[in-house]
Design a protein around this ligand. Structure first.
Ligand SMILES: *Cc1c(COP(=O)(O)O)cnc(C)c1O
Length: 240
């Protein structure tokens, strides 16, 4: 097995182990393979090993890499008949002037964190006749992070997004603080999870609101234990 295959297996085994510990079904947890620091060769390998959800954090690279991987899938389909389609996730900060470019590619946008961005997405999506699925990015770490809306403002923004006709709010996303302190990481995930439950409980959001995107290479096991439904993992797969 290639190194990527081995590392992927280790990651999946650890996810399964965390699911067992948390009494969760592994089918509830989706792995998004983050390809931002991988070569095209490595990404192809991951696809050939069955990875179907891939994530990038910059629009320009997302466009380039998704085009190359689509081409690869087309040619390998012709050869073998396997390979379902890949779904691309836009996981990084989105500038409003890049919205038009990201809409045709991303199956899920993880990083909506301002009213202005939500409104622009709604307007542009309406113009091009699309209805993108989006997550609201929460800053749950109580430290000055660049992106994400503070927990206290989350419900209000979700209410506003819920009224927008051309976007579908399907959950929350968060990034843990950059620290080795597991308690602080866990607390940030737990706060996001509480907000998620609160929004559902108070019917701020609809039944399609099901996703909790949290957990990266350094903290995905904690994220699974705290209820994540989507993990975004890159370096643990591509660089060990
Ligand atoms: C890079 C990135 C990840 C993956 O990080 P790794 O530590 O490589 O697993 C996850 N989410 C976002 C938003 C990222 O930018």
């Amino acid at each position: 097995m290639s190194d990527i295959g081995e590392r992927l297996k280790i990651v999946k085994d650890k996810i399964a182990e965390s699911c067992r510990r948390a009494d969760r079904n592994p089918s509830e947890v989706k792995l998004v393979v983050v390809t931002k620091s991988a070569t095209i060769e490595q990404i192809r390998k991951a696809v050939s090993l069955g990875c179907r959800d891939l994530g990038e954090n910059r629009v320009q690279r997302l466009r380039k890499v998704s085009a190359e991987i689509d081409e690869y899938i087309r040619s390998s389909k012709e050869k073998s008949g396997d390979s379902g389609d890949v779904k691309w996730h836009m996981i990084g900060h989105l500038q409003r002037n890049k919205i038009r470019k990201v809409l045709p590619i991303a199956s899920l946008i993880h990083s909506v964190d301002t009213l202005r961005l939500a409104e622009s997405l709604n307007t542009t999506a309406g113009k091009v006749g699309m209805k993108p699925r989006v997550l609201l990015q929460i800053n749950a770490s109580r430290e000055p992070q660049k992106y994400g809306i503070p927990v206290a403002a989350g419900v209000h923004l979700a209410e506003q997004m819920q009224l927008m006709e051309n976007i579908e709010l399907v959950g929350l996303m968060t990034m843990a603080p950059l620290t080795k302190n597991k308690d602080r990481v866990k607390a940030a995930f737990a706060r996001t999870r509480e907000l998620f439950e609160e929004m559902k409980g108070e019917k701020v959001v609809g039944p399609e609101f099901r996703e909790l995107s949290m957990g990266m290479s350094s903290d995905y096991q904690l994220a699974v234990e705290q209820g994540a439904t989507i993990l975004r993992i890159g370096s643990a797969i591509f660089s060990g």
